[in-house]
Design a protein around this ligand. Structure first.
Ligand SMILES: [Zn+2]
Length: 346
């Protein structure tokens, strides 16, 4: 079987790996689709994702769906062989008493598929057969195609972020700054949370087309003569993870408004003019991965076929390098999937 493995900076390979025999308490999933995430791109290009540096070869991928292939004799699951599943990428290591009531996305020491945050690294899901615990499985409804279900994990991330804003979203005038995959999934989450008006801003044309398709009321193409009215949005969702986008967010939010930092910012000190945050009494929210939102993401994807517009390309596993190059180019792609093994629905 094959896997997509990052060996370090600029060194991504599709390589054969040893077949897996299922452990007694585990389930073996035949992975059908994997979505390429910004963190996968960072590992492939820079050999690191923020603070997490690749020390040994790392199979990438944490946005994966597939079908149950084999079940260990002691695995406690009601699912049968052939069931369609999304995989929860996290396996928390609960601390005694928990961490100040925080969700398990904030629990230190937990593992996440395809991440160098743990030592040894947690190998990811861009592999034909992946062994997981029964708790990591989420059965997909018949009405939800595997292909669309590959958006479950990033949509859960968006739902978690929008959930951080609580009641501030209902009826609000919202700007999504950065209309890449996570920005577009945030639009879907904002719609579900009852936002009043959603505007998407981006430098590129294609992300804004996708934003329209998933429910943005209006789009603003920055750098093309269009600009945002300062102080005009109740809520701004920063979804690009770049300094100019956060600067624009702080400028565009109204006095007393809120900014959600959903994009992953670079590590280290950043030049951000923060005085406006004080003068306008802006509330700034951070958001880390997700906690309990995966089931809600699956349900929302089943209910909203428009989400499919976020998937712009699907590559075979042997074309993984091309897939990564495409995913890194936001002028021609939104979410790029790797088709890892045969889709039973095709
Ligand atoms: Zn992701």
């Amino acid at each position: 079987m094959k896997a997509v493995i990052a060996h370090g900076e600029g060194d991504l390979r599709v390589e054969p790996v040893e077949p897996v025999v299922v452990s007694p308490d585990r389930v073996l999933v035949r992975v059908v689709y994997g979505g390429i995430c910004g963190s996968d791109l960072h590992y492939a290009k820079e050999g690191r994702n923020g603070a997490y540096v690749i020390k040994t070869p790392l199979t990438l991928g944490h946005e994966v769906v597939g079908v149950v292939h084999d079940i260990g004799p002691a695995a406690e699951t009601s699912l049968g062989v052939g069931a369609k599943v999304a995989i929860h990428p996290a396996r928390p290591t609960p601390l005694p008493g928990g961490v100040h009531g925080a969700g398990f996305n904030l629990t230190p020491g937990g593992s996440y598929l395809g991440s160098a945050s743990t030592d040894p690294h947690t190998q990811g899901g861009f592999v034909e057969f992946l062994e997981v615990t029964p708790e990591q499985l989420r059965e997909l409804p018949d009405s939800l195609p595997l292909r669309r279900a590959a958006l479950s994990e990033p949509l859960a991330v968006a739902l978690h972020g929008i959930g951080r804003l609580g009641e501030r979203v209902r009826g609000a005038n919202v700007l999504v700054s950065g209309a890449g995959p996570i920005g577009c999934l945030a639009i879907i989450a904002l719609r579900a949370a009852g936002a009043g008006r959603v505007v998407a801003a981006d430098l590129q044309g294609l992300p804004l087309e996708v934003a329209r398709e998933v429910g943005a009321d209006d789009v603003v193409r920055l750098g093309a003569g269009e600009r945002l009215e300062p102080g005009s949005f109740d809520v701004v969702v920063e979804a690009a993870g770049v300094v100019p986008s956060l600067v624009a967010a702080l400028d565009a939010v109204r006095p007393g408004g809120s900014v959600l930092q959903l994009g992953m910012l670079p590590a280290g000190p950043l030049p951000i003019p923060m005085a406006g945050l004080i003068a306008k009494e802006v509330t700034l929210f951070g958001s880390q991965r997700f906690d309990v939102e995966l089931d809600a993401a699956v349900a929302l994807l089943a209910a909203d076929p428009r989400a499919e517009a976020v998937i712009t390309q699907v590559f075979g596993i042997d074309e993984a390098k091309e897939a990564f190059a495409c995913a890194a180019d936001s002028s021609r792609s939104s979410k790029v999937l790797i088709n890892i093994s045969e889709d039973p629905e095709k």
